[in-house]
Design a protein. Structure first.
Length: 254
């Protein structure tokens, strides 16, 4: 009898727990969904008030906003999602906006972006210590490389996002770790290279500098030089800098 009573009690406990879970789930869904109309109105106002988003549509389901339609620039697609995420009671945003606007051939778009990125951050301390690479395929731009700080990374992304012809962006750029040792190696390596009588000329052209990337004591040289001798000499100067664990010379000869 005691065993049967224990079995009945356990069964009732399990049933009660399951019922509670179902009730909580229903309550949560109802709690989220009850704001859908309010969210829809807020999103509509936000879209209608922005000239660049006039061709964007939105629907709301259980607090999830789905954006669709078209914009002219990729940055407008990104900004649309940012604006909606800031609204009250929005649980998430599904960004299905299509970037229309101009269609630019991949090679032409790549050349334009490469030049813009090369001149970005000119005059700032970090310019020599950032390395960015890009690939363009069917209007989709993939950014890669290393930047000294998030500002340089965000600046590069902003340049790409507001360029006509860019349909999507994959941002694989890495922020380098903050390190006093690395900063010291960066400065000493730059001095060793750019104070050399032969290599000094690469400091005058922001499009073709010798990029110095330092990551946890490991130095990598990027960029293009005019001769094999210049590449070898840059590697020698960098290798002579005290404190560097290794030097990877990835300079290319023009």
């Amino acid at each position: 009898m005691k065993r049967q009573s224990f079995v009945r009690t356990s069964a009732m406990t399990i049933a009660f727990a399951l019922a509670s879970l179902v009730l909580l789930s229903i309550t949560a869904m109802a709690s989220t969904g009850r704001y859908d109309q309010q969210i829809q109105q807020a999103v509509s106002h936000k879209i209608n008030d922005t000239k660049q988003l006039q061709s964007v549509n939105a629907s709301v389901d259980d607090g999830i906003v789905t954006l669709s339609g078209t914009v002219d620039l990729y940055k407008d697609k990104v900004e649309a999602a940012k604006k909606v995420k800031k609204l009250d009671n929005v649980a998430g945003v599904r960004n299905d906006i299509v970037v229309g606007g101009a269609n630019v051939p991949d090679n032409q778009l790549q050349q334009k972006l490469a030049k813009q990125l090369a001149y970005d951050r000119v005059g700032y301390f970090d310019n020599t210590f950032n390395y960015l690479a890009l690939e363009v395929k069917d209007g989709v731009v993939t950014l890669s490389g290393d930047t000294l700080n998030p500002v340089a990374k965000d600046s590069a992304f902003s340049i790409v996002a507001r360029t006509p012809g860019v349909k999507d962006v994959v941002n694989d750029v890495k922020d380098l770790p903050v390190s006093g040792l690395d900063d010291s190696i960066r400065v000493r390596t730059a001095r060793a290279i750019y104070r050399d009588s032969v290599l000094g000329r690469y400091a005058t052209d922001p499009v073709h500098p010798i990029r110095i990337v330092v990551d946890n004591g490991h130095v990598t040289l990027y960029g293009s030089v005019e001769s094999t001798m210049d590449k070898t000499l840059a590697g020698m100067r960098a290798s002579a800098v005290p404190g560097a664990f290794s030097v990877d010379n990835k300079l290319t000869v023009n």
